[in-house]
Design a protein around this ligand. Structure first.
Ligand SMILES: Cc1ncc(COP(=O)(O)O)c(C=O)c1O
Length: 635
């Protein structure tokens, strides 16, 4: 039987590792990727065909070096268009070698247990795709959706990770008949101008014509090396721990699953929006884009009456929006800031820095505001503006909107709400609560890219700022309002590309529907909390006070904040250490952005492993602590 190894690509995502060699010549466990696959193929008597392209000369030298150890002669096929074509074209070029019977196709960037190839070959079914049903899947992975009998229904990178059943490993066996059907499809696609298509696009078409059975190889070890982090993973799993650690500590970008409260993982569509053609910000196209974004944003802020209410978009992070509101609207007012955490304190810090007339009503971190005290503070008539944080991200507590806004309204006091980390994840109904100005940001529950922030309020409130001498030029809220609302532009150069990403994210929020989105995020939080409870971890505040966006948990015994963060990061997950006074007491796990239940389960699994490792290293040395951790991890 023949085996086609697809090794033509440049492997740009691995630069600089692949700058001077093709990906298949990276070494794992003392052998190049190509060597591993060729030796594995030889062990099963398969006759190899290697498709090469990028740095072909080096591959030929490697094959000459290996040839004496291999039973069959290696046939080499060149893909001279490796720069502009993909795996579909490479496989098509190898068709002549696959004409005489069944064959196996292997992705050249695969590192796997011998057992995986053996299982596929030993399985009596003549056509078979090896999939892993236990993987957490991201954008770059080829995902599959299967029928109840395991047959492939859909395959591709763009399938939503949440609905896929598994990941394609890159190992496929075809009977002579199915193989020829595959090549007819590839032939048709290659001639039809699909040079940039991937081989799995052809599998997808084949699956609509013939049953393509799958074999689940979950539990076996395999890594497809797309990114630097995959390479580190392969080194770790296949016996090069020291090299893996050395590489992992280099300042390259590793793929990370973000369980922190922003930035968050964004969808493929949001990322793709960043490649929209550049436009000038004084052109009609930008005016239109800005207006579409502002309209969608208004809906997320709970606006129904667009004549009365409007939104303003600023280039900057959430703090920019808070500073614009306080530095413009609160000028000349007597401001009361309610604070029960780090971000309430920051509102106070901004107000103090801007030399506003400000006082604070402090509650202990993690404690709900005392509404009686708020009422009493406003009743005396000493304040005409009130500011607070909706979702106090530092503790995960959701502070009330409606009740506080009602007290303020009763006393004729303006309200400024920081909804930076809640907007898009829980209801923020500015109109229903009559909030004067409410701020939000792009890169948290709205799940877009960092760099844009918003203010929503009534037109009347914005108009009233015309006579205010803002404390800032750049963050003069009235200027931003006037440009956004009158000229459909921005006063200064905006981060144009981020508006495209924001538009895509808002489209997704509204297409999902706010109510359904809130429910989905809440279900993820419940899943996460259930899992962490089972691991014996203790929440920092009672669950009834927590937002459905973020869980703040006491650090497990035996870990500092840095160490715990590092251990999870090495496993691919980013959580945040506690802020300010909570620094070495808690860690925070958010469940916003493009995370799914599978990501949550995999995260919990990684957490369990870390706790177990800690238990194993401490048991014996410190029996009390060991016992506690044993109790923690036994569930
Ligand atoms: C509630 C809240 N307000 C303000 C901020 C500050 O936002 P940024 O870091 O985007 O300026 C954050 C950031 O996490 C936040 O959670």
């Amino acid at each position: 039987m023949r085996v086609v190894i697809l090794s033509a690509g440049v492997g740009r995502s691995l630069f600089p590792l692949t700058k001077d060699r093709p990906k298949s010549l990276l070494e794992v466990g003392g052998a190049t990727l190509l060597e591993r696959l060729l030796v594995q193929a030889a062990a099963r008597g398969l006759a190899p065909v290697v498709v090469t392209g990028y740095r072909m000369g080096q591959i030929l030298t490697e094959i000459r070096r290996l040839q004496p150890r291999l039973e069959s002669r290696v046939d080499v096929v060149e893909n001279p268009h490796y720069e502009t074509t993909n795996t579909l074209h490479s496989l098509w070029l190898a068709r002549r070698h696959c004409a005489d019977g069944g064959f196996l196709v292997l992705d050249g960037d695969l590192v796997c247990d011998d057992e995986m190839i053996a299982r596929v070959l030993d399985d009596p079914r003549p056509t078979l795709l090896a999939i892993d049903r236990a993987r957490v899947m991201g954008d770059e992975e080829v995902k599959v959706v299967c029928a109840a009998d395991g047959r492939i229904l859909e395959i591709g990178k763009t399938l939503p990770a949440g609905t896929a059943h598994g990941e394609f490993t890159g190992i496929a066996k075809y009977s002579a008949e199915d193989g020829q059907a595959l090549f007819s499809i590839i032939d048709e696609m290659a001639r039809g101008g699909h040079e940039t298509a991937y081989y799995e696009d052809a599998i997808a078409r084949l699956a609509t014509l013939r049953p393509l059975p799958t074999l689940d190889v979950a539990g076996l070890t395999w890594v497809e090396i797309d990114f630097w982090s995959d390479y580190v993973e392969a080194l770790r799993r296949f016996g090069d721990a020291a090299k893996a650690e050395a590489l992992a500590s280099m300042p390259a970008i590793r793929r990370q699953f973000l369980f922190c409260p922003g930035p968050v993982l964004v969808s493929r569509r949001v990322k793709a929006a960043l490649t929209t053609p550049e436009i000038g910000h004084r052109e009609m196209e930008f005016c239109e884009l800005l207006n579409r974004v502002r309209l969608s944003l208004g809906k997320v802020f709970g606006i129904r009456n667009f004549h009365r209410y409007t939104t303003v978009v600023l280039t900057g992070s959430g703090t920019a929006a808070n500073e614009a509101v306080l530095g413009t609207a609160a000028v000349g007012r007597r401001l009361l800031v309610l604070t029960n955490g780090e971000f309430g304190d920051r509102l106070l810090e901004i107000a103090t820095h801007l030399r506003l007339d400000v006082q604070a009503l402090r509650t202990r971190w993690g404690q709900p505001f005392d509404l009686g005290a708020v009422e009493a503070a406003l009743a005396g008539g000493a304040f005409d503006a009130l500011a607070w944080v909706h979702h106090e991200t530092s503790t995960g507590m959701l502070n009330p909107l409606g009740e506080i806004a009602a007290i303020a309204r009763h006393h004729g006091v303006q309200t400024y709400v920081d909804a930076v980390s809640s907007l898009g994840g829980v209801p923020v109904d500015v109109e229903a609560h009559g909030i004067t100005f409410c701020t939000g940001s792009a890169n948290k529950a709205i799940a877009s890219i960092p760099g844009l922030a918003f203010v929503c309020g009534t037109r009347e409130a914005f108009e009233s700022l015309a006579s205010v001498a803002s404390r800032s030029v750049y963050l003069d809220l009235y200027r931003h309002f006037r440009y956004n609302d009158r000229l459909y532009q921005t006063p200064n150069t905006p981060a144009v590309t981020l508006y495209f990403a924001l538009e895509a994210a808002l489209d997704e929020v509204l297409a999902e529907g706010l109510a359904r989105r809130f429910e989905r995020i809440g279900a993820l939080a419940r899943r996460l909390r259930r899992g962490m409870r089972r691991l014996g971890l203790r929440p920092f505040i009672p669950e009834r006070l927590m937002s459905p966006l973020l869980t703040t948990v006491e650090l497990p015994v035996g870990f500092s904040a840095d160490e715990f963060h590092e251990r999870l990061k090495r496993a691919g997950y980013v959580v945040y250490a506690g802020k300010g006074i909570l620094r070495d007491r808690v860690f925070q796990v958010a469940n916003i952005g493009a995370l799914t239940a599978r990501h949550v389960d995999a995260f919990l699994d990684a957490l369990r492993r870390i706790l177990e490792e800690e238990r194993d290293t401490t048991t014996g040395r410190d029996p009390g602590r060991g016992d506690r951790l044993a109790a923690v991890t036994a569930h």
